[in-house]
Design a protein around this ligand. Structure first.
Ligand code: AHR
Length: 507
């Protein structure tokens, strides 16, 4: 057993937490859409063919925002293929995933699903094979009230009112050689700028995200951001980050797996520094915000047949990563880190939502279940409301070659002044020792009562949830929390993710 402490003070708030940090991602890839969200004929399907069990799990996950329709798919997508009578929609080769796209789900169907689950859409435009002209037309089709050919076409397709899609991504991972029509930073920066300009003229109320690098370790990281922003800094609101956490065969230790929390913190901070350097160069007081619009663990199903199957199949099983308890702990730690960057990180999307590197799995005609990573995300999305308070952590730790000393404790605290409720998120990343933790919640009211306390822990770090054992890894009540005024004391199991919610006792 070792001791650690966490202190926060109401006067030391970092920033309001943007609830769009709990976004997810739905791509036309593998079985994410087809036989994931959408499966006509499934016993739970609604009149439009969307699975009710997946919709219910998405609500339980608490996702606030959904990025669509890709990913790499976006860079070859013709939005016109996905509107109008379904029986007239073309089947197309999807060059991103070497699959056949049937276009049975398109803009209107996806918006129906968004309304069904109560989630905000974040759409992307194709800046791979297409460009500013299609982007402005797509936006006009979606958001213009009526009286033009495209907005009236939308109305003819059954949507009298504008779809009101406010958040748009300007392409996807345009730096990557795997991307359909990869671009240089100058090519992309120019096209992003002109596309943004046209889209804002169509609808000034939209928000726009430009593509940052597709990963922190891309050789062009940094130079890409700098050059792209040189062109489009004034026209965009967000810059994107993407990160998939890996466990390289050469270093399979859980400690270095968890050190990706620090690596990604540095990725955010470095990207902020680059954006601010561009602002300085341009003598601008504007502060660009970040959109971490793809993040997750992804390394097992990342090669060979997991990425590509022969014969242009429809909705093949691709990227169907099975997550473990260890993965769920890293996801919890990542969530604390992202909350602790709430001053500049406003949007994040776990990639993806269903079947494809996803918290929700389905079997065609069968059940849907929660992967291990579902749980920390759902807990954070449920309880994190209000302002992120700056955490002062005192904890022993271990030495890491890249980051120096890594404290065993990762923590974030979010306080909702309107309800008096404070949520504390805690990862004990020591694998064998219990943590004796003292928590001080200063300035939040001397008397506190417990609202909720849960722990995610598995004696077997490799345990997973499967169709036959869907609840093997799931949160359990966390007992033994002592509350004394503004002090809390609790023991956290080794390798555990914990959520403690307390409320100020009103006199
Ligand atoms: O999420 C899977 C893929 O990963 C996305 O299509 C792409 O943007 C990223 O490389």
């Amino acid at each position: 057993m070792f001791e650690a402490s966490l202190t926060v003070d109401r006067d030391f708030a970092l920033a309001p937490l943007d609830r769009r940090l709990f976004g997810v991602f739905v791509e036309h890839l593998g079985r994410c859409v087809y036989s994931g969200l959408y499966e006509p004929g499934h016993p739970t399907a609604d009149e439009q063919g969307f699975r009710g069990d997946v919709a219910e799990l998405t609500k339980e996950l608490g996702a606030t925002l959904v990025r669509y329709p890709g990913g790499n798919f976006m860079s070859g997508y013709n939005w016109e293929d996905g509107v109008g009578p379904k029986d007239q929609r073309p089947r197309r080769l999807d060059l991103a995933w070497f699959s056949t796209e049937t276009n049975q789900v398109g803009t209107h169907e996806f918006m129906h699903w968004c309304r069904k689950v109560g989630i905000e859409p974040m759409f992307g435009v194709n800046l791979g094979t297409r460009g500013p002209d299609e982007a402005r037309h797509y936006l006009e089709y979606c958001n213009h009230p009526g009286g033009t050919a495209l907005s009236d076409l939308r109305r003819a397709h059954g949507a009298e009112e504008p779809l009101g899609i406010k958040f748009w991504c300007l392409g996807n991972e345009m730096d990557g050689p795997w991307q359909i029509c990869q671009k240089t930073p100058d090519e992309y920066g120019r096209i992003a700028k002109e596309t943004a300009k046209l889209m804002r003229w169509v609808d000034p109320s939209i928000e726009l995200a430009a593509c940052g690098s597709s990963a922190y370790d891309m050789p062009s990281y940094g130079a890409w951001e700098d050059r792209v922003l040189e062109h489009c800094f004034e026209q965009v609101d967000y810059l994107s980050l993407h990160s998939y956490f890996v466990k390289p065969p050469a270093d399979t230790s859980t400690e270095s797996f968890f050190a990706q929390i620090e690596t990604n913190a540095r990725y955010i901070e470095d990207t902020v520094a680059i954006a601010d350097a561009v602002a300085t160069r341009k003598r601008s007081s504007k502060r660009l915000m970040l959109s971490f619009d793809e993040w997750n663990v992804w390394y097992r199903a990342r090669h060979g047949e997991h990425l590509k199957q022969a014969g242009w199949p429809e909705a093949p099983r691709l990227l169907e990563e099975v997550y473990t308890a260890e993965d769920a702990l890293l996801i919890g730690g990542m969530l604390t880190m992202m909350m602790n960057h709430a001053d500049r990180l406003k949007v994040a999307c776990m990639a993806q939502l269903c079947n494809v590197i996803a918290p929700i799995m389905t079997e065609p005609g069968g059940p849907a279940w929660r992967q291990t990573i579902f749980h920390p995300f759902a807990q954070a999305a449920r309880w994190a409301h209000g302002d992120v308070l700056r955490p002062v952590v005192k904890s022993p730790g271990c030495a890491n070659a890249k980051h120096g000393e890594l404290p065993w404790l990762c923590a974030s605290v979010v306080d909702d002044a309107s309800t008096g409720q404070t949520a504390v998120f805690l990862l004990n990343r020591h694998l064998t020792e219990e943590m004796d933790l003292g928590i001080t919640l200063r300035g939040l009211g001397a008397g506190r009562e417990l609202v909720q306390a849960e722990q995610l822990h598995s004696a077997d770090l490799h345990a997973a949830n499967t169709i036959d054992a869907p609840d093997r890894v799931a949160p359990q009540p966390l007992a033994g929390i002592a509350i004394d005024g503004e002090q809390l004391r609790v023991k956290l199991k080794p390798a555990s993710w914990n959520v403690i919610v307390t409320k100020a006792v009103r006199a």
